[in-house]
Design a protein around this ligand. Structure first.
Ligand code: AMP
Length: 214
């Protein structure tokens, strides 16, 4: 799953893994978990993440290769990885080693202005990772997670200044990954992610159902 920050990758991936019985492998979630656990990896990643920069390729490639090796045969959805062309070429090697391949790439396309608006309203649960929006997807009780009652926070990297950096990083380093896959003759579906989440997931399910039918 490729797309800018705030394009809805995480939300769409959660729906996909439930429908098709896949594992959700989110590089951002794994990094945040490492930070909560206070590991060396988590500590190294913190400065990059909080400024909106990418964590160095070597760290990410090793982390994701490990996750892929441990993934069940039923398959998985990669969310937020690869984010550079170098990561994409290294991913190809990890997949070959695990006897896996990419079936399809979903590319969520969204306008920068909408990303800025969405991120300003985004609130997350630091405990379970659930994501809300103060305008569009409110929790039942204001400021509190529906799942576990934890106080919701604004992720440090969702502040306006960091979002601007994350968008710049996306355009410079991650957009070339889409061209890389298109040139590679991979199956890439461009999805209009300016629409509501429900409309987007309907488009995604149409594509994936057809793929699943073969
Ligand atoms: P996300 O939750 O996917 O938006 O990721 C949050 C932050 O984690 C990003 O802004 C990066 O600092 C870092 N990150 C996540 N995935 C990657 C990746 N594939 N390569 C480098 N940094 C990443």
């Amino acid at each position: 799953m490729l797309g800018a920050p705030g394009s809805g990758k995480g939300t769409q991936c959660k729906r996909i893994v439930t429908r098709y019985g896949l594992l959700h492998l989110s590089s951002g979630d794994i990094l945040r978990q490492q930070r909560v656990e206070g590991t060396e990896l988590g500590k190294t990643a913190r400065t990059y993440m909080d400024s909106g920069a990418l964590v160095p390729d070597q760290i990410i490639v090793e982390m994701m290769a490990d996750a892929i090796m441990k993934a069940p045969d039923a398959g998985f959805v990669l969310d937020g990885f690869p984010r550079t062309v170098n990561q994409a070429t290294e991913l190809a090697k990890s997949l070959a080693a695990a006897n896996q391949k990419i079936d399809v790439i979903l590319n969520l396309q969204i306008d920068d202005q909408l990303v800025v608006e969405r991120m300003a309203g985004r609130r997350s649960c630091p405990q379970c990772g659930a994501v809300y929006n103060i305008e569009r997807f409110k929790p039942k009780v204001e400021g509190v997670c529906d799942n576990d009652g934890t106080k919701l926070i604004q992720r440090p990297d969702d502040s306006a200044e960091v979002v601007a950096n994350r968008l710049e990083t996306y355009h410079l380093q991650t957009e070339p990954v889409i061209d890389y896959y298109k040139k590679n003759s991979s199956t890439v579906y461009d999805i209009d992610a300016n629409k509501d989440a429900e409309e987007v997931i309907a488009l995604v399910f149409v594509k994936l159902d057809a793929l699943a039918r073969g």
